[in-house]
Ligand binder design. Structure first.
Ligand SMILES: C[S@@+](CC[C@H](N)C(=O)[O-])C[C@H]1O[C@@H](n2cnc3c(N)ncnc32)[C@H](O)[C@@H]1O
Length: 218
């Protein structure tokens, strides 16, 4: 009886952990392909709104920096830019692309002292975390900010979760839950921008849109 209950309780958790682990393994196995495929993406509009809230030369962490596209842009804008990613292969690429310091590490336990950064940029990186891990990561990213520091986040918009054709798992969020998570982490929400679904994927279905937010540490 006891054994059966234990096994039943464990099954969904194991499945979720497997999906997340598989997703993170994807980036390591496809690092070059992923970096090349996303190097040309234009994140300039979001970056301008983030930069408008930072002082010149501010210390910026690109949290989940992927192939280093945005890290390079921050360095070129004159910021003291650092990168962080869990995939060692992507970290290598981000270092060579941006010439910035880039650490291998986890958003849920980032290897930096408290109040190390004026701004944290989390573009499309928190979206692979289940809720308990997301809350831990948001609390940690807030810890890294100086008082008054700025957090940018962008995640896929919707409800529930989806898996893409490559097998990557995404948690979806909306205008109701996302600001609530930011507030719970001790942030004041400055703006939340919902972008409608735009991408048609090969099977004819529409991929989720995006929800982006700027928030300030109190
Ligand atoms: C969709 S990609 C976005 C990469 C980059 N920010 C961009 O916009 O191109 C997600 C990135 O987050 C990283 N990532 C996901 N979960 C992470 C975690 N728990 N800790 C650190 N990095 C993580 C992945 O390795 C990957 O580089």
């Amino acid at each position: 009886m006891l054994n059966t209950q234990t096994n039943t309780a464990r099954r969904p958790r194991t499945a979720r952990v497997d999906r997340v682990a598989r997703t993170l393994a994807y980036y390591e196995a496809h690092a070059r392909e992923y970096a090349d495929g996303t190097m040309g993406l234009d994140t300039g509009a979001h970056m301008s709104r983030f930069a408008a809230l930072l002082r010149p030369g501010a210390r910026v962490l690109d949290a989940g920096c992927g192939g280093g596209r945005d890290l390079l842009a921050f360095a070129e804008m004159g910021y003291d830019a650092h990168g962080l990613d869990l995939s060692p292969a992507l970290v290598e690429i981000a270092r060579s692309v941006s010439h910035c310091p880039v650490s291998v590490g986890d958003l849920r336990s980032p290897p930096f002292q408290s109040a190390s950064f004026d701004g944290v940029w989390a573009m499309a990186s928190l979206l692979h975390l289940p809720i308990p891990d997301l809350k831990a990561a948001l609390s940690e990213l807030t810890r890294l900010l100086v008082p008054g520091g700025i957090l940018f986040t962008s995640v896929k918009r919707g409800q529930g979760d989806v898996e893409d054709a490559a097998g990557r798992w995404f948690a979806l969020h909306d205008e109701a839950d996302w600001p609530a998570y930011l507030r719970e982490a001790g942030l004041t929400v400055i703006e939340v921008v919902g972008e409608p679904a735009a991408d048609l994927v090969p099977d004819g279905t529409v991929a989720p849109g995006w929800i982006s937010a700027l928030a300030r540490k109190q």
